[in-house]
Structure formats: structure tokens, C-alpha cells
Design a protein. Structure first.
Length: 79
């Protein structure tokens, strides 16, 4: 879980491998889970993550990202 020094701008620190096996790290703003999540999927796809785009698979991904409770917190300097 990530946030800024004011306790705002919450997100998730994501780590995954793209189609070439390169490690990708991204601070995903939780705000991208609002609505349909299309902006989130567009960003992940552009970074090389293979996603199932079936409607039935989209909701579990969003639930996982929103409701996972990692023990670690990262405080970021967000402008």
C-alpha cells in the first residue's frame, strides 16, 4: 500500500513481469479502480501485462487490487 505524507493519494505498489520477462514496478493510484477500471487495464496492458479481458475476469482483478491488505506501507513524495 502506498500513500503520500498527508495520508492521501493512496495506491498499490505493483510488481509484475512483461511479455519479455522484464520486471515492471508501478505505483497504481487506487482512483483507477473507480468506475469500470478501463483506465487501469489500459495502463497495465501498455506496460506489457497480459490480462484476460473477459468481463467475468475484470471484477476479480479490481477486487483483488482494492481489497488486498499488504502489511507494508510506502510513503511517497507526491507533488
Amino acid at each position: 500500500m502506498t500513500r503520500d505524507k498527508r495520508g492521501s493519494a493512496w495506491g498499490r505498489a505493483l510488481v509484475f513481469h512483461d511479455a519479455d520477462g522484464n520486471e515492471k514496478r508501478w505505483n497504481m493510484p487506487l482512483a483507477l479502480l473507480a468506475g469500470s477500471g478501463v483506465a487501469l487495464r489500459r495502463r497495465l496492458l501498455s506496460m506489457g501485462l497480459h490480462l484476460c479481458l473477459d468481463a467475468e475476469a475484470q471484477v476479480p482483478l479490481m477486487h483483488y487490487l482494492l481489497w488486498s491488505q499488504p502489511e507494508q506501507r510506502v510513503e511517497l513524495d507526491v507533488a
